[in-house]
Design a binder for this molecule. Structure first.
Ligand code: TXA
Ligand code: MG
Length: 348
């Protein structure tokens, strides 16, 4: 692909400057690509109704065309133009969770080009809560197709710098609204079958969903160790650092991590540890690189992708401690398993 000069424009995350938003919206309307912050991660946006613009997303990311992308809306009313059928549950969920980190898979209308959905009869839709995303979609007057703004299979981008590292010279503009607050992607919920099914755990938790959709199904692989099967494009090799990563789980996980770190050090490797704040002291004498994820699952979600990227640039192997899988922990666990490409070490 031809190289383009990529600009980064700082934008106020709470009250985005209209002039900057108009500039970005004009690029989208002209068929170009703009990276922008959402409340989950940064998105790489294009006009969702323009097949050529959408294929630019796939080229820029190096993403296989078999992996469908999410369409982002600014208003619930836009839903009617991109899907053929809105079940009452979809309205109830949109009422409860939009704007916010919930993506609904519905039946695609002919207004949406097939490559958005990798040829499937469905389309994934969400209404982001981030003021910059909302302002951009509103100003573009179009639904905006946007996957996460990372190179295919790399950890998602939660800052403008991450987007730049992966995509500079491939996209016209990055709107820099600071770190994406949630840090993990939206929950993807399929409403096209007999029962609602969570295809990807994310920012809206299972408990949140059950309150509105009591019969929602979450596949056990998102909660347990086997994370192989999934929605299209939910490949196990996803969010991967370049370094080898091992995920430790179970009551003696920290001891096992310590042994593994010492072994790697003695064989001349440079291990990096992904730990919660209160776990760091036990590793102080080990002499490995450490990235801390914070003191709560919310902080861990917000820091996970940045921490993976940071360790990746310094270490040959990443040793991570799995978090409890309740609430937002299910999404964090899922991303960790994928980053580890399924290499989970059970430490009973
Ligand atoms: O939070 C998010 O969802 C972020 C921000 C930018 O909105 N976007 C994001 O997009 O994570 P992406 O492309 O990285 O992930 C989209 C996920 C993939 O797992 C894809 O398989 C699934 O949504 N998906 C998209 N369209 C689908 C469809 N029609 N049917 C089933 N799954 C679909
Ligand atoms: Mg992604």
């Amino acid at each position: 692909m031809t190289n383009v000069a990529t600009r980064i424009l700082p934008v106020d995350p709470n009250a985005p400057e209209a002039g900057l938003i108009d500039e970005a919206a004009a690029i989208i309307r002209a068929g170009g690509l703009v990276a922008f912050p959402t409340e989950t991660v940064y998105g790489l946006g294009a006009n969702a109704l323009d097949a050529e613009a959408v294929s630019g997303i796939f080229r820029a990311k190096g993403r296989p065309t078999s992996d469908p992308v999410i369409v982002h809306l600014a208003e619930r009313e836009q839903l009617g133009t991109i899907v053929t059928e809105i079940p009452s549950l979809a309205w109830a969920l949109a009422e409860a969770f939009w704007p916010g980190p919930l993506t609904l898979v519905l039946r695609r209308s002919t207004a949406v080009p097939g490559n958005v959905s990798a040829g499937r009869p469905t389309v994934a839709v969400r209404m982001p809560a981030h003021p910059v995303a909302h302002a951009l979609i509103t100003a573009a007057c179009l639904p905006v197709a946007a996957p996460s703004a990372n190179t295919f299979s790399r950890p998602s981008a939660t800052t403008a710098q991450h987007v730049w590292d992966d995509l500079h010279e491939r996209i016209a503009l990055i709107l820099d609204g600071g770190p994406a607050p949630l840090g993990v992607e939206s929950t993807v919920l399929d409403l096209t079958g007999p029962l609602p099914v969570i295809l990807r755990p994310g920012g809206v938790t299972l408990d949140d969903l059950v309150a509105v959709a009591p019969d929602v199904i979450i596949r056990h692989q998102y909660l347990a160790i086997d994370a192989t099967a999934a929605s299209p494009g939910q490949l196990i090799k996803h969010y991967s650092p370049r370094a080898e990563m091992l995920l430790f789980d179970g009551p003696t996980a920290l001891e096992a991590m310590r042994r593994a770190a010492l072994e790697r050090l003695s064989s001349g490797q440079r291990p990096g540890l992904l730990l919660m704040d209160d776990e760091a002291a036990a590793f102080a004498s080990v002499g490995a690189e450490i990235e801390l994820l914070g003191a709560s699952v919310e902080q861990a979600a917000a820091r996970l992708f940045a921490a993976l990227r940071a360790l990746d640039s310094r270490c040959g192997v990443i040793l991570a401690h799995g978090l409890p899988r309740e609430g937002l922990g299910a999404a964090v666990w899922d991303r960790m398993v994928r980053a580890a490409e399924g290499r989970v070490i059970a430490a009973p």
